[in-house]
Design a protein around this ligand. Sequence first.
Ligand code: NAD
Length: 352
Amino acid sequence: MSIFSAPDFDGHRQVSYFHDSGTGLSAIIAVHDLTLGPALGGCRMYPYANENAALADVLRLSRGMTYKAAMAGVPLGGAKSVIIGNPHTEKTPAMMQAMGRAIEEMGGRYIAGEDIGTNPADMVQFRSQTRYVSCIDVADGGYGDPAPMTALGVFQSIRAAGRHRWGSDTLEGRTVAIQGVGNVGYALAGLIARAGGALIVADTHQPNVDRAVADFGAEVTDPGDILFTEADILAPCAVGAILNDATIPGLRARIVAGAANNQLAEARHGDALRNAGIVYVPDYVANGGGLVSCAAEWYGTDRSRIEPDVLKIEDTVARILVDADQAGIATSTAADRLAREIIAAAKTARGK
Ligand code: NAD
């Protein structure tokens, strides 16, 4: 399998394959960039169809972490790891310990956290083998679930986009459609309700819908309709690739800002949103609040510093939206450009 010519290869610093025959672990750790600091990124466990699919995912996700850290202003590089396997049927504590040893072998250039298919119990197994783990439960000595800070960053992004689109950041009289009211979507719903905004929610997991209705009086729609519902703002907080050729022509919201990673099916969909007159807040900028929390935990920064740093996402979003308008480019392109500039400037400053 070739790596340097893989479509998602982007000058990654290191791509390492790990296997442990005793536990059946097959994993890839990709370190994209180390300019700003050691590289932090979640560990995903997923039943990839084949190794190429796993490689593509880890290359793409690790690059996204580099950009996310740069935009969130945290001193971290970008990395990610993937374990090939079904987390419901193939995961064992011994396999997670083997993954912990693989993380340890990276010597500190990779710091792991939770992602799809891994959970706090897995982080405990990792930590039995390595100290290079962050985003840990409060009960296990960490700063706890980063979702509330992710939600706060999305909320600030919505405010910045509102000011840009309508000249006002008030949520009163605005309707926000949230796709997915899980950890982040539920916390975001609370912030919007408290700010006077109306909510329409959809989730494939009924208890999460019921919770949003009971706690915030949210209106409910079908998961199949939420993207196209009549609302001012759409907040995708569930899955990726939902902004694509099939969905963009039907979007009614004028602002899209949410927590889900990789919302654009392809980079060109950033242009499609711009052409449709929709203000899109690039996902990795909007959802960087959780990373601010994990970075603070890793560096032992006082918790009181987390929220003020997350609030800065509002200014970053405002800058990207103005940059994009002035350059006549998609907001996603403007964000990528700014992230690369931040990293290049740090490289120059350090003579790297
Ligand atoms: P979660 O699993 O707690 O919530 C996701 C919710 O989406 C669940 O309630 C699920 O039932 C629902 N869902 C799944 N498919 C759906 C569909 N097709 N339509 C409607 N609902 C659907 O996850 P989370 O932690 O809230 O994260 C949400 C998204 O934000 C994910 O894409 C995640 O990668 C991203 N993200 C999360 C964080 C964080 O701090 N948790 C940080 C950055 C990015």
